[in-house]
Design a protein around this ligand. Structure first.
Ligand code: ADP
Ligand code: MG
Length: 607
């Protein structure tokens, strides 16, 4: 169920994305702390490079003066005359190059270490967030912050240090050179530079809005393609292919037109700035030539002036690029910092017991933080003694899975308390509670893209191969695993063997069994399976259930008949509670559920 974004909606979304960062951008700099010495080195090197860059025009000027003096004097002393200025120029060239190589390598080291520190901190902060956070955030967007945004911050940081320092030093140095060479030429240059720069920035902002418009057009056509290809069956079943192709074609035309206009603008702008730069050279030569002819400056000075003014111009250009980079970088940093909070989540609790498996829900009321107005559980009370099996049943959406999620402390109840072995679970160490007391098997087992063995070992990294085989046997999984050519080393999932639902579920059972939890939550663990795999998996589950407290959530009631207590949930409230016999005798909700289901299955068997 997607819907097409129209143009204004899309632009709004794009802008919202731009605005989402709310973190403090500059506090990201604390991840540079460990690199301060390297940073100082990089700054000094960049400053040095810039310093030599401002000396080069002056050395060029000296060489020109020497060459100029050659013409009017003897030819014999050529080498003698130019040796000193030429060697000086060579020295500056070499120092400039060596410095450049050094500062770039130091800086990229700083950048990479910074990026990995930020990524690790952000990843840690995301991994430790609680379930409520992920109810309201898209994983794709978070991944984007982890990759693209960190990358953006890193490159901005590098640019600010390298371009920022170099261009500031070069700009200042070259301006001083210009002024010392000829104040009047400098004044002329300033006037035309100010005029051209303001003209340029005006045209630049026009170009930027044209570019945004073109990008929006492309986004529109992309969203059309995405929607059509994603819902191709529906498009085909209405025979709308031609219409969609035409629609896509129109959007492409609009995008192409926008980009052509942008291209024309960029072309004219580039040509115009080249003309302006060259014009300024000509202007300097013209007025400088006049000063030369009237003996106010020498040829060497004019050469040095021209070269320095080129540096000033390039520095200005780079600094304007730098400003947009700073904007991009701080926005990206804000987006990264928004989720980079080092103490996330609730207090984890500290108490560790030797688990027995006694559970009490006392007057628990709950609504999901993302939908606080909907009461999911209301005054839920349930006592489960060690070793008992309690079944939760009721319609879909009644709140059964929520009971399990609260016991695992994925969320905290709004009212009431949940006790595990007579301690409130909020006081218990969550790592211990989830890691070794509770085992959860859901409807859709999640396996990782690694070997079967590592999947079973997940959660108990120190388990031996023998222990893994033992739990796999208990979970009825050993037989099918050993039939694979690579046995326990078979890769699962992507680029590995695709397992059937029943096989995956048995691996998940083995994984839970290895943890040997004192409480087991089975949330419709067999409901996604076909009849024959349901049978094997149920057998495996039965073995898993002995000697533990079990909460079994089921909509197929045949599986809960033997439970010590059956709870019927209806819209978050307990409707009935008792054994199968009690509830059947009452002829209430449970009785009707059972009767409906047997009718349905008999009806199905009949057809
Ligand atoms: P059941 O397992 O009995 O089918 P659940 O416990 O999954 O029901 O859901 C109970 C209610 O809570 C439903 O109305 C469902 O829409 C809502 N709900 C479940 N998970 C979330 C969530 N993560 N965020 C918001 N509401 C949820
Ligand atoms: Mg459920």
């Amino acid at each position: 169920t997607t819907h097409r974004l129209n143009n204004s909606e899309l632009t709004r979304q794009l802008h919202r994305y731009e605005e989402t960062g709310q973190g403090d951008s500059f506090s990201i700099l604390r991840y540079l702390k460990d690199d301060i010495p390297a940073l100082v080195v990089a700054v000094l090197l960049a400053g040095g490079v810039a310093y030599f860059n401002t000396l080069i025009p002056l050395a060029l000027g000296n060489l020109t003066t020497a060459l100029n003096s050659l013409n009017s004097f003897s030819h014999g002393s050529f080498l003698n005359t130019i040796r000193h200025p030429a060697l000086q120029l060579l020295k500056y060239y070499c120092l400039h190059s060596v410095g450049t190589a050094l500062y770039i390598s130091v800086l990229s080291g700083i950048g990479e270490r910074f990026a990995s520190r930020v990524r690790l901190a952000l990843f840690r902060s995301l991994v430790f967030r609680d379930a409520a956070f992920y109810d309201t955030h898209k994983v794709g967007e978070l991944i984007n912050r982890l990759t693209g945004d960190v990358q953006e911050v890193k490159s901005s940081l590098k640019q600010i240090i390298s371009l920022g320092i170099r261009n500031t030093v070069q700009f200042t140095g070259s301006c001083i050179s210009l002024y010392t060479i000829s104040p009047s030429l400098t004044a002329l240059l300033c006037c035309s530079a100010v005029f051209l720069t303001s003209l340029g920035s005006l045209l630049g902002s026009l170009l930027r809005s044209a570019s945004r418009h073109a990008q929006d057009q492309v986004a529109v056509s992309t969203s059309i393609a995405e929607e059509v290809l994603g819902n191709l069956t529906t498009v085909k079943s209405f025979a709308m292919e031609e219409e969609e192709v035409a629609k896509y074609g129109n959007s492409l035309e609009a995008a192409a037109a926008a980009y052509s206009r942008l291209g024309l603008g960029i072309g004219l702008f580039t040509a115009g700035s080249a003309l302006a730069t060259n014009g300024m050279v000509l202007q300097t030569l013209f007025y400088g030539g006049y000063l030369l002819s009237s003996g106010q400056v020498g040829a060497g000075d004019l050469m040095a002036f021209l070269a320095s003014s080129q540096i000033v111009q390039r520095s200005l250009q780079n600094m304007s690029l730098l400003i947009s980079q700073v904007v991009k970088g701080t926005t990206a940093a804000a987006r990264v910092m928004q989720y980079l909070d080092e103490n996330t989540g609730r207090s984890p609790g500290e108490v560790i017991l030797s688990p027995v498996g006694d559970i009490s829900f006392r007057g628990v009321s709950f609504s999901y933080p993302s939908r606080p107005e909907v009461a999911v559980l209301e005054n839920f009370n349930l006592d489960i003694r060690p070793g008992q099996t309690v079944a939760l049943c009721g319609a879909s959406g009644a709140g059964k899975t929520t009971v399990g999620a609260l016991l695992e402390r994925f969320y905290d109840p709004k009212e009431g308390s949940i006790l595990f072995d007579e301690k409130s679970i909020s006081e218990l160490d969550t790592k211990w509670l989830r890691g070794s007391c509770l085992g959860y098997i859901g409807q859709e087992p999640v396996l990782f893209a690694t070997t079967i063995k590592e999947n079973i070992r997940y959660g108990v990294p120190r388990a031996s191969d023998a222990e893994i085989e033992e739990v796999a046997r208990a979970a009825n999984a050993h037989n099918f695993i050993s039939e694979f050519p690579e046995g326990y080393d078979t890769m699962v999932g992507e680029r590995g063997t695709t397992l059937s639902g029943g096989q995956k579920q048995r691996i998940a059972i083995a994984r839970a069994l290895l943890k040997n939890p004192s409480v087991l939550i089975l949330d419709e663990a067999t409901s996604a399976l076909d009849a024959s795999s349901e049978k094997v998996v149920s057998e495996a589950l039965q073995k898993l259930c002995t000697d533990r407290t079990v909460i079994v959530i089921a909509h197929r009631l045949s599986t809960v008949r033997d439970a010590d207590c059956i709870v019927v949930l209806n819209k978050g409230k307990i409707e009935e509670k008792g054994t199968h016999g009690d509830l059947m005798a009452m002829e209430g909700a449970y009785f009707h559920l059972v009767r409906n289901q047997t009718d349905v299955s008999e009806g199905r068997a009949g057809t």
